[in-house]
Design a protein around this ligand. Structure first.
Ligand code: ZN
Length: 406
């Protein structure tokens, strides 16, 4: 039986770009190693959740890893919290937090404080706050992100977000999303906490100093993705493989932890566009000794797409290409490279477009695709599949599939 490496390049898919002569960033990038994998393997395109569905990263990952996002997804918060190593108990409501900048009218000026690189100070300031018997726990995540866990009796995750998702819009009041007492109480207490947090952050000496230096102050918590810790069949039980995750960004470590995978940090792999991808790949090859399945996540292309930085995305893809070079020498290993969704840099957000997929297995068929790109892969043997098909294909390619029937 072979081992499997699944490399997810977050937000990789894109649209044709004028400045690249109608090619996508992936097609315009110089990618000899990804192209070599396409040549050796079989290609296709994939709708990670379903055709026409614009997936969130979390739902897309669940689907790709063989879980049904329609029935098993409970919100992003629990993954973020688990990803940064927060202790979570049944009944806790977990939320995603962006540290943001608002003006005096509470209109959002920057949803990420100009991509501030640490929220340590603000998490420490607010961690442990109690309101009405509800305890708020906060921990810094990657860059401008934090995890928040609300612990108390009868809480509900059926609450709205404070994040308006757009700049120059006022932050939103948290509203209950159903008529339950729990949802009403959770919304009320969270609104109180967000007001209290704003009052504390606004006058924080380090924020006043940031303003003096012409920087944006980190003065508001944009919350979203409230969810209760989900109960899922562990990956190892489902696919009969010992699995590990190598990722920089918290969300993906969290998904892996919730699915019972081990999570291993690669030094210098930060989940940002400056992440040390070579170090990450060295770690992948190192851990392959001890595991059957390695899930590797690289975030940068998605962030650059969201920033509208087409050239940056293309250059980052070239860095990925260099980093995957050692994978070409592996023996007895199935390698799959794909994305969780497209993040076209002209749309600044996710799109429902299918994503390119290449699978290289030591044995089996090939096809005529010789370039890893959105258009080229569409002509490959795998055709157009859905995310839920990927794990069965990989398990089969690795010689691990059980026969259906006698
Ligand atoms: Zn994503």
């Amino acid at each position: 039986m072979d081992k499997i490496i699944l490399l997810i390049l977050d937000g990789l898919g894109d649209w044709p770009i004028g400045q690249f002569g109608g090619k996508t960033p992936l097609e315009a990038a110089n990618t000899p190693n990804l192209d070599e994998l396409a040549k050796r393997g079989i290609c296709g395109v994939m709708d990670t959740v379903d055709i026409g569905i614009k997936p969130g990263s979390d739902a897309a990952h669940l689907s790709i890893l063989g879980y049904n996002p329609y029935t098993e997804y409970t919100g992003r918060g629990p993954f973020e919290a688990a990803g940064i190593g927060m202790e979570v108990l049944p009944g806790d409501v977990c939320l995603r937090v962006n540290m943001a900048t608002v003006d005096e009218e509470l209109a959002v000026k920057d949803r990420r404080v100009g991509r501030i690189d640490s929220t340590e100070e603000y998490a420490r300031l607010l961690d442990g706050t109690e309101i009405d018997g509800v305890k708020f726990m906060l921990k810094p995540g990657t860059a401008y992100r934090m995890g928040m866990v609300m612990r108390g009796k009868g809480l509900s995750s059926k609450i709205s977000d404070s994040d308006p998702k757009l700049v120059d819009q006022r932050v939103k009041k948290i509203k209950p999303l159903d008529d339950s007492i729990g949802a009403k109480q959770t919304a009320k207490v969270l609104n109180q906490f967000l007001e209290l947090a704003y009052a504390k952050l606004k006058d924080l000496p380090s924020n006043l100093q940031r303003i003096n230096e012409g920087k944006l102050p980190a003065n508001y918590l944009l919350t979203r993705g409230a969810g209760i810790y989900p109960d899922m069949v562990p990956f190892q039980e489902k696919w009969k493989m010992k699995a590990v995750c190598v990722a920089g960004a918290g969300l993906y470590k969290g998904i892996a932890r919730v699915l019972g995978m081990d999570v291993i940090d690669a030094p210098g792999a930060t989940g940002t566009a400056t992440s040390d991808l070579n170090a990450k790949m060295r770690k992948v090859i190192e851990v392959l000794e001890d595991y059957d399945f390695v899930f590797v996540h690289i975030k940068g292309a998605d962030s650059l797409g969201e920033d509208g930085n087409c050239t940056g995305k293309k250059e980052f893809i070239e860095k990925i290409d260099e980093a995957v070079r050692p994978l070409l020498d592996l023996q007895d290993t199935v390698i799959a490279i794909t994305a969780d969704h497209s993040t076209p840099c002209e749309s600044l957000t996710h799109s429902a477009d299918d994503v390119p997929l290449v699978i290289w297995a030591p044995r089996g068929r090939t096809d005529e695709v010789s370039q890893f790109g959105e258009t080229a892969c569409f002509r490959g043997r795998l055709g157009r599949i859905q995310g839920r098909h990927l794990m069965p294909i990989l398990v089969d390619k690795a010689g691990r599939a059980q026969k259906f029937g006698a």
